[in-house]
Design a protein around this ligand. Structure first.
Ligand code: NDP
Length: 448
């Protein structure tokens, strides 16, 4: 691991001390503050106002009990979280994750990343994240509804269109957002569309929101390729996961002329040399909620590898779109050795610090999640805009806005990296550009 700048090292030690055992949060903080030494030299006022120390401490952390009953009448207890991390730029904004691995350290890593990601979009949104250790997999619709209603019965008091606006993440899609919005509306007696994003199209949702994270990540990679006078045309690509982000990443890559040959879920991966049949993946995962291994029932020329490592498959563009720390140092080295020239992170923090170092040392185009996957939250902010003006934009208009936002984020990261003497390093560019926006707002608002 690289050594931290001596100005930020004590701040990191303090984070370790104050947040014991939260390894993912430590990793996310380290990755950001590693870039910030030169910023403190250029902006001594940020040091004076203790901006880094304040940013590392969430404004508010909410942990609550979520009791619910399964279809047999048995009672279950889960734990709910909402970490309202930073509201310097706008109401807290960030998704809810339902997955058995969720604990405070995961929610805090995601919330921390969200602060800088949201700043990069240029939209008026602060950073937050939440979720539960509830596992929606294998549950009936009724069970998921009862869980969501119980979750919202506590969370609603902390939300509001000017306060905190959650969205989806792993395990939280249109179905879950619907149940939560219904319960919010029922308890508060307010049809407050702007309190949740990722809603259904008929009741306040935005076109392009389901596609936004995947499309946005692909636009970002396209910009990185363009900056190297290259394109997606004819590129062999690997996309991990087969959920919301993965599906729409595959769709946009294909539209831009690339060929995706593999995707996965937590049990294994598919390799299909002819190119992934996206309609089938959508049917299996979005409609029937089945496992990716069933893909081979329909395509005999495709291969399923149970428990396999998708990054062993040679590809020119890799887009990790499943979960945190899914590419380690060895995987990264193998990807580079096999000819990978670009990595765009649809998932949050999918590459370990060792993996990131491999990509940066190899000087391939590496787009970190907080920049590359910002299209999801940006389109959530577009949904909030439409809700506030009681308007509904066309698909083309909304997609063009998303593309413009991703082009701007790419340019901002690219130019900031150059300004700080690290051309082509999108990690440095994203961390510094996002941090400066939030830091300036915090200085302006005084000690709060
Ligand atoms: P989904 O729940 O729709 O899909 C997640 C996919 O990743 C599934 O295929 C799932 O497989 C797989 N996966 C999840 N956890 C693991 C694990 N521990 N090991 C291996 N595979 C796993 O989630 P999303 O597509 O919404 O989210 C994917 C990533 O993108 C996350 O990192 C999320 O934080 C990030 N992201 C999402 C945004 C959004 O708008 N949805 C916005 C920005 C980032 P299985 O079905 O087997 O669990």
């Amino acid at each position: 691991m690289t050594k931290l700048d001596e100005k930020v090292e004590p701040m990191f030690q303090e984070v370790l001390k104050r947040n014991p055992g939260e390894t993912e949060f430590h990793q996310a903080v380290r990755e950001v503050i590693e870039s910030l030494g030169p910023v403190l030299v250029k902006h001594p006022e940020f040091g004076h106002h203790k901006i880094i120390e304040r940013i590392c401490e969430p404004e508010r952390q909410i942990i609550f009990r979520v009791p619910w009953q399964d279809d047999k009448g048995e009672v279950h207890i889960n734990r709910g979280f909402r970490v309202e991390f930073n509201s310097a730029l706008g109401p807290y904004k960030g998704g809810l994750r339902f997955h058995p691995s969720v604990y405070l350290g995961i929610v805090k890593f995601l919330g921390f990343e969200q602060i800088f990601k949201n700043a990069l979009t240029g939209m008026p949104i602060g950073g937050g994240k939440g979720g539960s250790d509830f596992d929606p997999k294998g549950k009936s619709d009724d069970e998921v509804m009862r869980f969501c209603q119980s979750f919202m019965t506590e969370l609603y008091r902390h939300l509001g269109e000017y306060t905190d606006v959650p969205a989806g993440d792993i395990g939280v899609g249109g179905r879950e957002i619907g149940y939560m919005f219904g319960q919010y509306k029922r308890i508060t007696n307010r049809y407050e569309s702007g309190v949740l994003t990722g809603k259904g199209l008929d009741w306040g949702g935005s076109l392009v929101r389901p596609e936004a994270t995947g499309y946005g990540a692909t636009f970002f990679v396209n910009e990185m390729l363009k900056a190297r006078k290259d394109s997606f045309d004819g590129k062999i690509c690997s996309v991990s996961g087969s959920g919301n982000v993965a599906i729409y990443t595959i769709e946009k890559i294909t539209e831009l002329g690339g060929k995706v040959v593999s995707c996965s879920d937590s049990n294994g991966y598919i390799y299909h040399e002819a190119g992934i049949d996206l309609d089938l993946v959508k049917q299996l995962k979005e409609v029937e909620r089945r496992r990716i291994k069933d893909y081979t029932n329909y395509h005999k020329d495709a291969k399923y590898v149970a428990g396999g490592n998708i990054w062993q498959i040679p590809c020119q563009v890799a887009m990790p779109s499943a979960t945190q720390n899914e590419i380690n140092g060895k995987d990264a080295a193998l990807l580079v050795k096999n000819g990978c020239i670009a990595v765009g992170e649809g998932a949050n923090m999918p590459t370990t610090p060792e993996g990131v170092k491999v990509f940066l040392d190899a000087k391939i185009a590496y787009g970190p999640g907080k920049a590359a996957n910002a299209g999801g939250v940006a389109t959530s902010a577009l949904e909030m805009q439409q809700n506030a003006s009681r308007d509904a934009w066309s698909f083309e208009f909304t997609e063009k806005k998303l593309e413009d936002i991703m082009v701007n984020i790419h340019r901002l990261c690219y130019e900031t990296a150059e300004e700080y003497g690290e051309p082509g390093n999108y990690v440095v560019g994203a961390n510094i550009a996002g941090f400066i926006k939030v830091a300036k707002a915090m200085v302006a608002m005084g000690l709060i």
